[in-house]
Write a protein that binds this ligand. Structure first.
Ligand code: NAD
Length: 294
């Protein structure tokens, strides 16, 4: 069992930290929200009063924060993780952040002799609670080998993507495909409606033909064909449009920074911007079908 400092106890980090406690690790927690810390302390974790304190005298640090600026502040800021962690502490950031920030923090950590991995997750709050997340990990072979058993307490699949930043790269490339295929699937249903083709018939045919995708067969954006999809529950998330927009923006930032041509990723981002601006940012991302119907 390991001693672990966990920083960022929100919708995802709270249940992830809880799983580490349940699996028998000694966990010290910090969040800007006292309420979030209290919940974990009631569940058996120890309280830390700062990110630096959470990182002190532990073998592993795990963070689950909103965006790159929070991760940089927590690790590289004054009184932060890099100033306080003991030599040899393994650093794991599971937040979804931009590739450039992930590589910047990794370089700063390495310069101080720490092993760092970016390890963003696929799967939402239910997967965080159930310990069934998928982790995409960027870092050295040695750091991955050390992170693997810790991440396995919170996830069902732990995949080594390559060097620093490739975990974040895998996450945004995957979610760019998801955003684009969801819009494509929605457009197909909207066109089918106009052409007098029944939803279930399009599903039955496309799910066995070349139009098949996860967006269709696991997350169908019309009610009926896939009973568990948010379309059957008034488009309650699920995966909120705001989250999809965040990931599509990260993909476009990365594409710009790396000089990659991603026109459909760009269009998908603009459509989700329009959807969010119409007050639908809290709606499941498959609900964009209602905007596409016009
Ligand atoms: P959240 O906003 O619920 O939680 C973030 C937590 O970080 C909050 O409790 C906040 O108080 C804390 N925090 C912010 N700055 C801090 C600081 N300086 N020190 C300590 N704590 C700080 O977000 P979430 O839904 O838990 O998501 C976390 C990350 O996981 C994000 O990067 C998100 O994109 C990613 N993600 C979320 C989901 C999801 O379904 N919610 C799915 C996959 C990935």
């Amino acid at each position: 069992m390991a001693t672990i400092g966990f920083i960022g106890l929100g919708n995802m980090g709270g249940p992830m930290a809880q799983n580490l406690v349940t699996k028998g690790h000694e966990v010290k927690v910090f969040d800007l929200s006292d309420e979030a810390v209290n919940t974990l302390v009631d569940a058996g974790a120890a309280r830390a009063d700062s990110a630096g304190e959470a990182a002190r005298d532990v073998q592993v640090v795990v963070s689950m924060l909103p965006a790159g600026k929070h991760v940089k502040a927590v690790y590289m800021g004054e009184g932060g993780v890099l100033e306080n962690a003991a030599p040899g502490t393994l650093l794991i950031d599971s937040s979804t952040i931009d590739v450039d920030s992930a590589r910047e923090v990794a370089a700063a950590a390495e310069a101080k002799g720490f092993e760092f991995v970016d390890a963003p997750v696929s799967g939402g709050v239910a997967a965080a609670a159930g310990g069934t997340l998928t982790f995409m990990v960027g870092g050295s072979d040695a750091a991955f080998a050390k992170a693997d058993p810790i991440l396995a307490c919170m996830g069902k699949a732990i995949i080594h993507a390559g060097g620093h930043g490739t975990g974040q790269a895998a996450k945004i490339c995957n979610n760019m495909v998801l955003g684009i295929t969801m819009i494509a699937t929605c457009e197909a249903f909207v066109l089918a409606e106009k052409l007098g083709l029944d939803h279930q018939k399009l599903y039955d045919i496309s799910s066995k033909a070349s139009g098949q995708s996860w967006s269709l067969t696991s997350y169908c954006p019309v009610p009926g064909p896939v009973p568990t999809s948010p379309a059957n529950n008034d488009y309650k998330p699920g995966f909120a449009a705001a989250m999809m927009l965040k990931d599509l923006r990260l993909a476009q930032d990365a594409a710009e920074s790396a000089g990659a041509n991603t026109p459909l990723g760009h269009d998908a981002m603009e459509l989700y911007e329009k959807f969010a601006a119409a007050g639908e940012d809290g709606t499941d991302f498959s609900g964009i079908i209602n905007m596409l119907r016009g």
